[in-house]
Unconditional design. Structure first.
Length: 85
């Protein structure tokens, strides 16, 4: 992925073109100091669903300088009733 604002926008433009119909639902958002954390449900074409966490570190001017993420495929059946969200 390219860096900078243009790279960030290009990434999401490419994802939208490659996976039309993909949706992301932000379930929780946390912000503390220079970090933002998003807990999301991703619904992909073809019925795949993922629980995801995105972690962003921002600089003093509010620009994203680091990004980490993790994805877990949503199970068809859970061993408990707690759910993923």
């Amino acid at each position: 992925m390219r860096t900078g604002k243009e790279g960030f926008i290009a990434h999401f433009d490419r994802m939208a073109a490659e996976y039309p119909g993909k949706r992301v639902e932000v379930k929780r958002a946390f912000a503390e100091a220079n970090h933002v954390i998003l807990h999301c449900r991703q619904i992909w074409p073809g019925g795949l669903e993922y629980a995801g966490i995105d972690i962003f570190r921002l600089d003093d001017s509010g620009k994203i300088v680091e990004h980490w993420d993790v994805l877990q495929e949503m199970p068809g059946k859970s061993a408990h009733d707690n759910g993923m969200f």
